[in-house]
Structure formats: C-alpha cells, structure tokens
Design a protein around this ligand. Structure first.
Ligand SMILES: C[S@@+](CC[C@H](N)C(=O)[O-])C[C@H]1O[C@@H](n2cnc3c(N)ncnc32)[C@H](O)[C@@H]1O
Length: 257
C-alpha cells in the first residue's frame, strides 16, 4: 500500500483510524442497549454525507459536543480539517466551549455534526443559530437528538438533560433559528423500535445488576433483532410523521441557504 493510501486526507494513518474510539457508535452490535437508535443513525449519517456533499473533498468539519469524535473515521477521506468542541476537555477535544457561543468566525465550516447534544443544551435555539452562523452557504448540518428516552444527564451528576422532541418540534426549532434552504427530519426508528428500545434499557439494567451477562446479552440481542424486524412493518399507519407515531431519536439534515 502506498503512503497516499495509508494516510487519510486528515493525515491520520489507517491503523489509527481502525483503532479510533466510538466503534460502538459506528458499528453498533445487536447486543448493545443503544443498537436500535445507533444502527439507523450511523446509516443515515453515511447516506447524508454521500448524498448532500457528493464529490466534495477537503471538507472543513466541526463536531459540536464531540466527545471522542466517534464519526471522524466516516469522514477521514473527505475532510481537510476536523475540529471538535465540547464543554468538557478530553484527548479528542480541540476547543472547550459551549455550542450556544461557538468560538469560530462566520461561514468557517462546510459540515457541522452535532450528535446527541441538543437534549443536553441549555438553549437549543442559540445552538441552532450558531450552527447556521458558522456554516458556509450550501454547507450542511447533521444534528441528532432524542424523541423518547430515559432521563440521562450528561455529566451524570448534573441536571443537564432538558429536552425531548417530535419531528415537528425539530422542524420548528431549526426553521425559526438559522437560514436554511432545506430541512429534513429522519426518525431513527419508529413505534416498535421505540418500545423495544425502552424495554432493552430495563432488561440491560436488570441484567447488569443480576450479574448474568450471558442472559442479559441474549435477551437484549433478541429484543433488538425482533424490534428491528417488526419496526419496518408495523404499525404501518403510524409512522413518523403521522399522528400516533413514536420515535426514539431523530436526525436533522439541513442545508444552509
Ligand atoms: C451524549 S454525548 C454525545 C457525544 C458525541 N457527539 C456522540 O455522538 O457520541 C453529549 C456530549 O455533548 C457535550 N455537551 C453537552 N452540552 C453541550 C453544550 N451546550 N455545548 C457543547 N457540548 C455539549 C457533552 O459534554 C458530551 O460530550
């Protein structure tokens, strides 16, 4: 393999990319308690990057609430730069700060990722305005957040879990804050996934406490597989965005005007 192939456009070698943290986000296992949300989410992120930014190289990427930048390997060959901001410092955080007040100039990024952060933000309208401000015209924002989920403050000893959304609430949030030429809301799973996702949290927790890890994994895998299969079919008349629908999570895909 030549050096060109061994090193990504970000200058990160393939061995490092293979070991990049956050694999449970990029390649979720059916035995994972978050499988029903993370599996459709990563597929939708991949599809959005390919369809919204085809053939664009050298992307300037900003990852807000980046944690360990779990989705960076998906962009390693497309990004020219990849900046991560988080309220908490860490080995993958370039800038410590709040999404509500981004320390960047207007129009300085082509792609903004903001995955599973909005529910923890004190002021979601300001976050959306800031995402729009730092995006270049035609740039794309990918923001995911929960529809229905357990209370999960981040950090766990804080009260920082404030919001849950519907597809129309997210459409309104983004529509009213920021300058967008398009806004698309994709549910990460529908009714059966949502029920299965909540059930798995209970099973996983109970299994953890009982110490029967094999049973916990077997039950979680079975529920995840069953819910995933049934969710594609039922109830056919109650899928987002129809009345009676339910989703555990959404991906918002916006293009800056
Ligand atoms: C659930 S984690 C998601 C991490 C990563 N984006 C992912 O998808 O795996 C939420 C992250 O958002 C950060 N965060 C929460 N509120 C924030 C805010 N107002 N501005 C920036 N980051 C924030 C947290 O510190 C945490 O790293």
């Amino acid at each position: 393999m030549s050096q060109d192939h061994a090193t990504s456009s970000l200058g990160i070698d393939q061995a490092t990319l293979l070991r990049w943290p956050g694999k449970e986000r990029r390649e979720p296992r059916r035995s994972d308690r978050h499988y029903l949300v993370l599996a459709p989410l990563v597929e939708q992120i991949r599809t959005a990057i390919d369809s919204e930014l085809p053939d664009v190289a050298g992307l300037r990427v900003l990852d807000i609430g980046c944690g360990v930048k779990p989705y960076l390997p998906l962009l390693a060959d497309r990004a020219g730069s990849y900046r991560g901001l988080d309220t908490r410092d860490g080995p993958f955080v370039d800038d410590v700060g709040f999404a509500e007040h981004l320390p960047y100039q207007d129009e300085s990024f082509d792609l903004v990722l903001c995955t599973q952060v909005l529910e923890h933000a004190e002021d979601p309208p300001s976050v959306v305005s800031e995402i729009s401000r730092v995006l270049s015209p035609g740039g794309v924002a990918l923001a995911s957040t929960h529809g229905v989920f357990l209370y999960h403050p981040d950090p766990p000893d804080s009260d920082r879990d404030y919001w849950r959304w519907t597809h129309s609430g997210l459409e309104r949030l983004f529509g009213e804050h920021g300058k967008w030429s398009s806004i698309e809301i994709s549910p990460n799973g529908n009714f059966v996934s949502c029920i299965g996702y909540l059930l798995v949290q209970f099973v996983d927790e109970a299994g953890d406490r009982s110490g029967f890890d094999v049973v916990r994994r077997a039950l979680t895998t079975t529920i995840n597989a069953g819910a995933e299969m049934l969710d594609r079919r039922y109830p056919s008349r109650a899928r987002v965005p129809r009345p009676g629908s339910l989703s555990p999570n959404y991906l918002v895909i916006c293009r800056k005007a």
